[in-house]
Ligand binder design. Structure first.
Ligand SMILES: *Cc1c(COP(=O)(O)O)cnc(C)c1O
Length: 381
């Protein structure tokens, strides 16, 4: 049997046709053809006034912080459990990341954990929709409003998820999306910034093009900015993927149901939650194991790798990583972020790529169950 990868895209003739058209035709006066269509499609899908196609979600987060004028002396609150790309841009602008604990029910930041990290220096919170799960947004937005701090939504992992009828990607002054090859929709590498705010959008457009005013043809720079753009070929790929979004989200949800049917009866095993009011697009099917199994994520990963199944460990708490050694002298994060430190060692992402079939899921679940069974016998012995 071939290896089962953990993630990967769905590419059809539509993607191939659009990209071929872009590389063939979209130069000279047509150079913006696919950017315009891709951004228009995204605006309507996410229900936002502006969409800006970018080289990555990381650059979208960086631009968001820069456009808000966040810098040295400022603090930005980020959940402790996320990919480092959520937090790294805070350092790019010279501000300090402060890592908040997560809600054990959805693995995301909550109003309470946000509140606990608030200081006089707090300027913004980056709310992350982890693995497709949605945080309880309403009270988070309320706390942010009371303290007059900006909300940036990192929706990299949640294209197609919804909270109370609102799309992931529609919350806060800025929502940031990823189109990396492993994500729900892909442009190979790519990202997008979504906003409804006119002034903020103008600032982003200025900063992303080396400090040129939008429409400038005199190559006249009014600030030192960044160069954050996407190629026509990527925008063409993105348009094809956006047009297929409903179909692709349904495939993700089908993959989750296959797992759910096979794993839901197992005591002490929890999959991505979908509480009332939430629609989860299940970017990655994720399983958390109770302490009783004494099965740490690296053990499961090792055993499944040996059986031809690729997985990923649940993100490590950022406050535990060598990258943030200097931000957290004395492992301060570990003392405070109880839920993050309890969940992370016992969580694993299961294969969730678009090439997955039901018989692949059968195989993965069979191997996983035998792993759990073996382990329990050993504990009983
Ligand atoms: C993938 C990811 C990013 C970064 O996306 P890039 O397009 O690779 O820059 C940011 N945040 C989260 C939560 C992610 O999963």
């Amino acid at each position: 049997m071939e290896r089962i990868p953990v993630a990967g895209p769905s590419i059809t003739q539509r993607e191939i046709d659009y990209v071929t058209d872009a590389v063939t035709r979209c130069w000279y006066s047509e150079h913006n053809h696919y950017h315009a269509k891709f951004e228009a499609e995204a605006k309507s899908y996410f229900g936002r006034k502006y969409a800006v196609a970018l080289p990555s979600c990381t650059s979208a987060l960086h631009l968001s912080l820069a456009a808000l004028g966040i810098g040295p002396g400022d603090e930005v609150i980020v959940p402790d459990l996320t990919w480092i790309a959520s937090a790294a841009p805070v350092s790019y602008v010279g501000a300090r990341p402060v890592f908040a604990d997560v809600d054990p029910h959805n693995w995301c930041i909550s109003a309470e954990t946000l509140q606990a990290c608030m200081t006089k220096a707090t300027r913004a919170v980056i709310v992350v929709d982890l693995y497709g799960n949605m945080p309880d947004m309403q009270p988070i937005l309320e706390v942010a409003r009371q303290h007059e701090i900006a909300v940036i939504e990192d929706a990299a992992e949640a294209i197609g998820s919804e909270y109370n009828g609102h799309m992931a990607g529609s919350f806060g002054i800025s929502s940031c999306i990823s189109f990396h090859g492993s994500k729900t929709l892909t442009t190979g590498e790519g990202g997008m910034l979504l906003t409804d705010n006119d002034a903020f959008h103008a600032k982003v457009q200025h900063l992303r093009d080396h400090g040129r005013e939008p429409g400038d043809t005199n190559f006249f720079n009014t600030a030192v900015g960044f160069k954050y753009k996407m190629s026509s070929m990527q925008a063409a790929l993105g348009l094809a993927q956006m047009e297929r979004a409903p179909e692709l989200i349904e495939m993700k949800r089908q993959i989750f149901r296959w797992y759910q049917e096979r794993l839901s009866g197992i005591p002490g095993l929890t999959l991505n939650p979908e509480p009332a009011g939430v629609r989860n697009s299940y970017w990655m099917v994720t399983a958390i194991f109770d302490e009783q199994y004494r099965l740490r994520k690296h053990k499961i990963k090792e055993a499944l790798t040996a059986r031809g199944i690729d997985t990923r460990p649940f993100f490590h708490p950022l406050s535990s990583l060598p990258a943030y050694r200097d931000t957290f002298p004395g492992r301060r994060g570990q003392l405070h972020n109880e839920h993050a430190y309890n969940i992370s060692p016992n969580g694993i992402n299961l294969p969730s790529g678009y090439n997955l079939t039901e018989s692949h899921v059968d195989h993965v679940c069979h191997e996983l169950k035998s792993l759990l069974g073996l382990n329990r016998q050993r504990m009983a012995a």
